[in-house]
Design a protein around this ligand. Structure first.
Ligand code: 1QQ
Length: 399
C-alpha cells in the first residue's frame, strides 16, 4: 500500500528548493516542473471530480486494471502533496468492460451526471471512437492514455492523448528489427474488426514496404478468435524472416503459442497490444525473441520513471507496465492542467492542457504537439525470459 505520509516540508527543502514545497518528504513525484512553471493555485477548493474510464473487466481487462491502479496512485500523490492547493481530485472510476456501448454509457454518466471536469481514458481506441464524441460535444477534456490508432485526436479539440500512436512507434520498431535481425521478408497477421489493430496493421505494412521488406502474405482474424493455425500455416509456408502481428493481448497470446508450435523460430513483432506482461507470463519461453515497440520500458534511466516503478511496485505488489506508466503520467497531466488554469472551468482546463510546457515525466521529456498528440521518445524492446528489455544490441534469432 502507498504510505499515507503527511505532507511535511522540511526547512532544508524550503531553503534549497522552494518550488518543491508541494512534494512529499520522502518521495520523488512528477509535479516539479509544473510547480515551477505555475504558482500554487489560489482559486481552487473542495473536491474536483475527474473521471477515469477503463476496461477494468472484459476481454481487455489486463490493460484497464493496471491503468486504474496507476491513476489511483497518482491521485493519492497529487492530493497528499497538496499539488492543487486547498483542493483535491475526486477520481471517479468507470468500467467500460471492453464494450463500446458500455464506454458510451459510462462517458455519458461521467460528463452529465458526475459533472467531471476531465476524463482519463477510455482504454481502447475503438471505445474512444465510440465515446469521445460525447466528451467533445459537452466540451470536456478527454485524455487517452492508451489509444494508439490513427485519427484519435481528429475527433475534436477537447480530445488529447499521451499514448504514442502506432504511427509514431512502429517505424522505429521496423527499423530496429531490420537492424537487429536482418530481415528481408515478413508476413502480416491482424484483427480486421478493431480500430487499433487495423490501424497498427496499416502502419506496419507501410513501413515494411518503405523499408523494402518483401511482404509474403497478409492474414486476418476476428477479435475473440482462438485458433490461428490456418492463417499461421499460410504465412509460415511462405517462409518469412519475421511475422508482424497487430492484435490485443487476448489474441496475442495464442498467436505466439501457435506460431511456435508450428515451428516458427524467427522474430514475432507485435504492436502495442503486446505490451502487457500478461502476454509474456502466459506464453513463457514461446515469447523469447518477441519484439515490441513501446512508449516506455522499466529499464529507463530516468529518475521519475525509477521512482514511479518503486512506488507502483510497493503500492500494488507488481512492477508497472507501459500502460501503468502512461496512466500515471496522464493523471499528473490533468492535475497539471488544473493547477496551471487555477480554474475548474472545462474550457480553461482544455486551454491549459494544450499550453503545458515541455515537462519531465516517467515517459521522458513530454509535450503535446499542435494536434494534441504526445511527443516523447519511444523504445524497441525484445522479450527475454519473461521480461521486456531494450532491443539495442540484443541477439535476435532468425528463422
Ligand atoms: C488501442 C491500443 C490498445 C492496445 C490499448 C490497450 O493501443 O486500442 O489503441
Amino acid at each position: 500500500m502507498l504510505r499515507k505520509t503527511a505532507v511535511l516540508v522540511s526547512l532544508t527543502a524550503l531553503l534549497v528548493a522552494p518550488t518543491m514545497a508541494f512534494a512529499q518528504d520522502d518521495m520523488v513525484v512528477m509535479g516539479d516542473d509544473i510547480a515551477e512553471a505555475c504558482p500554487a493555485p489560489a482559486n481552487l477548493s473542495g473536491e474536483i471530480p475527474v473521471g477515469a474510464l477503463f476496461t477494468i473487466s472484459g476481454a481487455a481487462s489486463v490493460y484497464g486494471s493496471v491503468q486504474q491502479a496507476a491513476v489511483q496512485m497518482a491521485v493519492d500523490q497529487i492530493n497528499e502533496a497538496g499539488f492543487l492547493g486547498d483542493a483535491t481530485i475526486n477520481i471517479l472510476f468507470e468500467d467500460s468492460a471492453s464494450e463500446n456501448e458500455q464506454a458510451i454509457a459510462a462517458m455519458t454518466k461521467l460528463v452529465d451526471e458526475d459533472a467531471v471536469v476531465a476524463v482519463i481514458g477510455p482504454t481502447l481506441s475503438r471505445e474512444a471512437f465510440s465515446a469521445d464524441p460525447i466528451a467533445q460535444e459537452a466540451g470536456v477534456v478527454v485524455l487517452g492514455v492508451s489509444n494508439t490508432a490513427s485519427g484519435i485526436t481528429d475527433m475534436g479539440d477537447f480530445v488529447f492523448r499521451n499514448s504514442l500512436p502506432e504511427a509514431s512507434v512502429i517505424p522505429g520498431t521496423v527499423a530496429d528489427t531490420i537492424a537487429a535481425a536482418e530481415i528481408t521478408s515478413a508476413g502480416l497477421l491482424y484483427a480486421n474488426d478493431d480500430d487499433f489493430t487495423v490501424s497498427g496493421f496499416e502502419v506496419m505494412a507501410d513501413e515494411l514496404a518503405n523499408a523494402d521488406v518483401t511482404i509474403v502474405g497478409e492474414e486476418t482474424f476476428a477479435t475473440g478468435d482462438t485458433d490461428f493455425n490456418a492463417q499461421l500455416t499460410n504465412l509460415i509456408g511462405a517462409s518469412p524472416d519475421a511475422i508482424f502481428v497487430s492484435a490485443l493481448a487476448a489474441e496475442a497470446t495464442p498467436i505466439i503459442q501457435q506460431a511456435r508450435a508450428l515451428g516458427f523460430t524467427g522474430p514475432i513483432v507485435g504492436g502495442n497490444g503486446f505490451n502487457s506482461p500478461a502476454v509474456l507470463a502466459q506464453t513463457g519461453e514461446d515469447s523469447n525473441g518477441l519484439i515490441v515497440g513501446a512508449a516506455w520500458n522499466g529499464a529507463s534511466p530516468n529518475e521519475l520513471s525509477n521512482a514511479f516503478v518503486e512506488a507502483f511496485s510497493e503500492a500494488t505488489g507488481n512492477p508497472p507496465d507501459q500502460f501503468a506508466a502512461q496512466a500515471y503520467t496522464g493523471a499528473w497531466l490533468i492535475a497539471s492542467a488544473i493547477r496551471c488554469a487555477d480554474s475548474v472551468d472545462r474550457t480553461d482546463i482544455r486551454d491549459s492542457l494544450a499550453a503545458l510546457p515541455e515537462i519531465d515525466t516517467p515517459l521522458g521529456m513530454f509535450t503535446f504537439d499542435e494536434d494534441r498528440n504526445p511527443v516523447h521518445p519511444s523504445i524497441t524492446q525484445i522479450a527475454q525470459d519473461g521480461f521486456f528489455v531494450p532491443l539495442i544490441s540484443e541477439e535476435v534469432s532468425s528463422s
